[in-house]
Design a binder for this molecule. Structure first.
Ligand SMILES: NC(=O)c1ccc[n+]([C@@H]2O[C@H](COP(=O)([O-])OP(=O)(O)OC[C@H]3O[C@@H](n4cnc5c(N)ncnc54)[C@H](O)[C@@H]3O)[C@@H](O)[C@H]2O)c1
Length: 414
């Protein structure tokens, strides 16, 4: 029997140039568990800065590219070419970049929102499938240990049947006109050509909506949305409230804002069942508050030996030691690495439920944005999102990756 392949997965990146926000988080997270070796990339639009960053990261000169087509072609032809490329650029370029690599059979982690419209998002899902490539979307909040605990508790029926879900990603980061101060991230997030008019829904609403779907396992059957612009002269919507009816007529509420004055990150979810409720907040990610019918509260803590395996397996440094955003991102990358390795080495896939969000989850996010915008334009009329019309969520969604249900993914990674 041949020895198992221990070679690291070879990763590339497009984006993450000087002063960029999320690219460096991807780089830190990929290093944390040692699964990936970053060997190629285009680190921003400016070739000079891209070269500097590549040199600092130890990337060989000939693998610091100037053009995505050259990068995809050259990497696909190399024996030690990319197993994965990370797309960490603003939203308007996701489709072209992701497509270029997927068409060459290179798996892609593409930032959210996956694309600017559901036709192109569906196209990416199709191209990934046709080329036996994995498409993943880093809705990283679902990779926190205590979120996995919450999802497992709901699946196990520990709250009883779900009655109501309330989720908000209401941040105050752009409660003033930062875009007028030349703030890099605010500039493109308030440009409708790059971020779309419902900018805050794509940016923060998709995270909140994914968290809701992930923890409850429920899908939106219909929704009614209302969009506002709080900051004068802003060209996109910076606040959104959405009422939803989930599977089984369960009511839910999503609030997404980048202008929630005074809030920091502002991500919080509360799930109410017939036997109890739970609450998780991103700014206190170590704790999951569970309350019973009588109102008694139990605070579950990251690292406790009594957590479900879905959560306890994600503890690196043990009870009492803080872990956070980078570790959650690393959890996403570690789960993805298991699938990429199985694909590369023809080894069995891990039998694991509650894994990483896929292109299908990204597509559902884009369809959510479209449904909210359509509802707003029709005076908040109830709309049926495209994924509910299609009636079944395709198998590659993270929510569908329970052990007996992995056949589609197995096919995609065979
Ligand atoms: N998952 C998360 O938690 C999370 C958090 C923040 C941002 N994001 C998403 O990540 C993406 C990037 O956001 P950001 O805040 O880091 O943006 P940013 O403006 O800070 O950085 C974008 C980087 O991409 C580079 N870039 C742009 N077009 C390029 C191209 N064609 N080729 C190569 N490089 C290019 C820019 O030069 C810059 O270095 C967005 O889609 C955003 O929605 C996700």
């Amino acid at each position: 029997m041949s020895a198992p392949n221990t070679r690291q997965l070879v990763a590339g990146m497009v984006g993450g140039g000087p002063g960029a926000d999320i690219g460096k988080t991807h780089r830190y997270a990929m290093r944390l568990d040692g699964h990936y070796d970053l060997r190629a990339g285009i680190f921003g639009r400016d070739p000079g800065s891209s070269r500097e960053i590549a040199a600092g990261l130890g990337i060989p000169e000939d693998r610091n590219y100037a053009d995505i087509r050259d990068m995809a072609r050259a990497e696909a032809a190399r024996e030690d070419g990319l197993d994965l490329v990370v797309v960490a650029t603003p939203n308007d370029s996701h489709f072209t970049i992701a497509r270029t690599f997927l068409e060459k059979g290179i798996s892609v982690v593409c930032e959210k929102p996956l694309t600017q419209d559901s036709a192109t998002a569906a196209e990416l899902v199709r191209i990934a499938g046709e080329n036996n490539a994995i498409l993943a979307v880093p809705h990283c909040y679902s990779a926190y240990a205590m979120v996995r605990q919450a999802a497992r508790m709901v699946r196990n029926g520990e709250l009883g049947s779900i009655r109501f879900v309330d989720v908000e990603h209401a941040s105050g980061w752009a409660a003033t006109a930062l875009e007028e101060l030349d703030h890099k991230q605010a500039k493109w997030r308030t440009d409708p050509d790059v971020a779309g008019f419902p900018s805050v829904v794509g940016d923060l609403g998709t995270h909140a909506f994914h968290l809701l779907r992930y923890i409850t396992g429920l899908e939106a059957e219909r929704l009614s949305g209302r969009l506002q612009t709080f900051v004068p002269n802003r060209r996109v919507f910076d606040n959104a409230t959405v009422e939803l009816e989930l599977t089984g007529n369960v009511p839910a509420r999503v609030w997404a804002s980048m202008a929630a004055t005074g809030h920091n990150h502002g991500l919080r979810i509360r799930v109410y069942g017939e036997k109890g409720s739970l609450e998780w907040q991103h700014e206190d990610p170590h704790h999951l508050k569970v309350q019973d019918l009588a109102g008694a509260a139990t605070i579950l803590t990251h690292g406790l030996s009594t957590l479900h395996d879905d959560a306890s397996r994600l503890t690196r440094v043990g009870l009492g030691h803080p872990e956070g955003f980078l570790e959650a991102f690393a959890n996403f990358y570690s789960d993805l690495a298991e699938v990429l390795r199985a694909r590369r080495d023809s080894t069995p896939l891990p039998e694991r439920e509650l894994s990483f969000p896929t292109g299908i989850d990204g597509l559902i996010g884009v369809q959510f944005v479209e449904a909210v915008a359509a509802s707003h334009h029709d005076d908040s009329a109830w709309k049926v999102p495209a994924f509910a019309l299609e009636k079944s969520v395709p198998e590659q969604s993270a929510l569908k990756q329970s052990a007996p249900e992995q056949s589609a993914l197995k096919k995609a990674v065979a």
